[in-house]
Design a binder for this molecule. Structure first.
Ligand code: ADP
Ligand code: MG
Length: 682
């Protein structure tokens, strides 16, 4: 279709001046189609109400007839008050309008008027904010409110959208095939666009939204499904020859039996490894659910089949810890594990890379140092990334291209509600460990205010006296890394003073890597009894002797993050405690703190967080990867999302989808996005 030749750009429209064009551009609106899909984020309600049953309200619209001559009075300097009686239904009310003296001449006995304003039932009085003579048409009763910025008003935006719609509505093409429209009884696209901007009623608006949300999800999911298919077809992924017997005997050497959930996800992963497609799987499981061992089994499977494996962790501490535990696990099996972090340089680094290239290193563990250009594998078969949400999409891709389409396993301890997981990671399969190893004592969680800090410290002393250790976490202050460190420094000083018999360690982002390892090792070896830290301990650290987690200003953290921090304790046999120190001034803060004390179910906490704070916050602002939908809301529209996902996965496998004219508009975004480049259509 050559539509772009015929439909002008916004800048070419009459009646939209250069300054408006400029603001629109800043708002991301350049084409007429952009404008049509520049959706209102809410609506002002001017629907006519019946006063008969209406209680007091700040914003209410009524219709009626003028029953008295308006009375105009002036006060102060040039201020006026107009009062007139209006009969609305059976209710005679007084309407007051301030500073609109000109109305006096316009209003005549018996005139029909529409008034919006504040309604006080006891006085039968409306203080008008809007005063119309006559009846507005319905589309003005639910008025769109657009996100605007300086130089553009909502009113102006409304009139631009209306003007452009009236003139170019015929350029709106249907994107969905009749089959889907019929199946879901969806509104046509043109009608939906009109209704979303100029609703003719509540129900019509709802239907319009439903249709547009479905379309938005469907196109997104089509891309995801396509991407997945393309990868399957083009990606001559590696088939890893699973050595079932040796894997079994490896599992038998573990000091504990696998949980049922671990067994299930191991099966899922091994099946993927053994298939000719490149695995692309997300492994999610609560803190302490035992993901590391699952990764170890997968890596072992790759190594016994003659491949190399890589394990990437977001911090040095975690990478070291992983390297450590893998070395121990694999010791009896002559699997060689090496560690590569930013700390490994020059003399050490070169021979290591050499060995790696020759294939003498079976498993390379490390930080993002793994994705540097000169890190080359002989035959990389499996890549595992731990705490995957901490890596950007780009970083993950870089590791993956180090092999010939290696299998990839992403691990995360942030429990993601399933609907969200399949959306955000739409091209992935998801495995979930939904069970903790048995015999764990529930961590007791308490919430106290700052004034109780003295008692908290005494409690800490009691634990320390029994030979246990404690974490004290200070929050990340986003605006200022400096302040952040200062917080930890202050806390460190205070504890050093109050607990002179114990060694208090300090950990924060400004330390060098060597300093960090030294502190962490000191804590592990129980030379340091209390570890004061910013959030660097958040991920994966394992010190079973630590039984107390104190989180200062806990209300500054997300629930998922608090939950992760709490997961640092409760790893040994002793009863563990988590103390949230927070004044929690708002209602929601208090609710969140209370929920933390009531549940240790990570999924419940994360769903709550998700609803409260939205997905962006959930995944961390930087990483995101969370798709931004214009109209759709992943949480509230999750049923539509699930339907769209099913439809999309069905459609991409249907030959008609790739040929028939009725799907042409759905194919377009796929073609435009370049997903199909890899010969998928051949
Ligand atoms: P996470 O999922 O948070 O990464 P880890 O893999 O660090 O959890 O495991 C937490 C602890 O639980 C480790 O000390 C590990 O050895 C232990 N563990 C893992 N699986 C089991 C199991 N099936 N039974 C008992 N302990 C287990
Ligand atoms: Mg872990």
């Amino acid at each position: 279709m050559n539509a772009s030749n015929r439909i002008p750009q916004i800048s070419e429209l009459k009646g939209v001046g250069p300054s408006a064009v400029d603001v629109l551009k800043q708002l991301g609106v350049e084409s007429i189609e952009d404008l049509f899909s520049y959706f209102p984020y809410r609506y002002d309600n001017y629907e006519i109400q019946d006063l008969e049953n209406a209680g007091d309200s700040d914003h209410l619209t009524v219709r009626g007839k003028i029953q008295s001559e308006p009375v105009l009075s002036f006060y102060a300097k040039r201020r006026s008050r107009l009062s007139v009686r209006v009969l609305s239904g059976r209710n005679l009310v007084t309407v007051i309008a301030f500073n609109r003296p000109y109305l006096k001449k316009k209003l005549n006995l018996g005139d029909e008027v529409t008034v919006t304003g504040k309604w006080e039932r006891a006085r039968a009085e409306i203080t008008a904010t809007e005063f119309h003579i006559g009846a507005p048409d319905f589309s003005e009763q639910i008025a769109p409110v657009y996100p605007v910025k300086d130089g553009m008003t909502v009113r102006r935006m409304r009139s631009i959208v209306r003007q452009v719609f009236n003139q170019f509505q015929d350029s709106i093409v249907e994107t969905l095939p009749p089959t889907l429209i019929e199946e879901y009884r969806l509104m046509g696209r043109k009608e939906a666009i009109r209704e979303i901007h100029f609703p003719t009623g509540r129900d019509a608006l709802k239907q319009a939204r439903r249709r547009l949300v479905y379309e938005e999800f469907l196109i997104y999911e089509l891309k995801m499904q396509c991407y997945k298919q393309v990868k399957r077809k083009s990606g001559g992924g590696t088939r890893i020859n699973i050595q079932t017997d040796s894997i079994r005997s490896f599992i038998r050497t573990l000091p504990f039996p696998l949980t049922r959930a671990q067994e299930r996800v191991v099966k899922e992963i091994l099946a993927d490894l053994g298939s000719p497609f490149a695995m692309n799987r997300l492994l999610q499981g609560d803190v302490g659910s035992g993901k590391t061992i699952v990764a170890a089994i997968a890596l072992y499977a790759a190594v016994t089949a003659g491949f190399q494996g890589a394990l990437m962790a977001p911090t040095e501490i975690l990478a070291e810890q992983h390297a450590d535990s893998l070395q121990k696990l694999f010791e009896p099996f002559s699997v060689s594990v090496a560690l590569l972090t930013g700390n490994v340089r020059g003399k050490e680094r070169r021979p290591l890379l050499e060995e790696l290239k020759k294939g003498h290193i079976d498993i390379l563990v490390g930080t993002h140092a793994l994705i540097q250009d000169d890190v080359l594998f002989k035959q990389l078969g499996l890549v595992v990334t731990d705490e995957q949400h901490r890596f950007g999409v780009g970083q993950r891709r870089l590791l993956r291209v180090k092999g010939k389409d290696p299998d990839v396993l992403y691990m995360t301890a942030t429990p993601i509600p399933r609907t969200l997981a399949i959306t955000v990671f739409g091209d992935m399969d998801v495995s979930t460990i939904d069970e903790l190893p048995g015999g764990r004592k529930t961590i007791r969680t308490y919430w106290v205010r700052h004034e109780m800090m003295g008692r908290v410290i005494r409690f800490m002393e009691k634990e320390l006296r029994q030979g246990r250790q404690a974490y004290v976490v200070c929050p990340l202050i986003e605006e200022s890394e400096q302040l952040d460190v200062q917080n930890a420094l202050d806390m460190h000083a205070e504890l050093t003073r109050s607990l002179p018999d114990y060694r208090i360690g300090l950990m924060h982002g400004k330390l060098t890597n060597d300093e960090k390892s030294e502190v962490m090792n000191g804590f592990k070896e129980q030379k340091i009894h209390v570890l004061v830290s910013t959030t660097v301990v958040e991920v994966g650290v394992n010190v079973p002797n630590a039984t107390l987690m104190i989180i200062n200003d806990a209300d500054r953290f997300g629930l998922s993050q608090l939950h992760q921090l709490r997961g640092r304790v409760g790893r040994g046999n002793d009863q563990s405690y988590c103390i949230l120190v927070a004044d929690a001034r708002s209602e929601t803060s208090r609710e969140r703190m209370k929920l933390m004390t009531e549940t240790t179910d990570g999924f419940r906490l994360s769903s709550f967080d998700l609803q409260l704070r939205g997905p962006g916050d959930f995944f961390g602002k930087k990483q995101s990867g969370v798709p931004a939908f214009k109209l759709a809301d992943m949480i509230h529209d999750y049923r539509t999302l699930a339907a769209a996902r099913d439809d999309a996965s069905r459609l991409v496998l249907n030959p008609h989808f790739w040929k028939d004219e009725s799907f042409a508009q759905l194919r377009r975004p796929l073609i435009d996005s370049g997903i199909l480049e890899h010969t998928f259509l051949d």
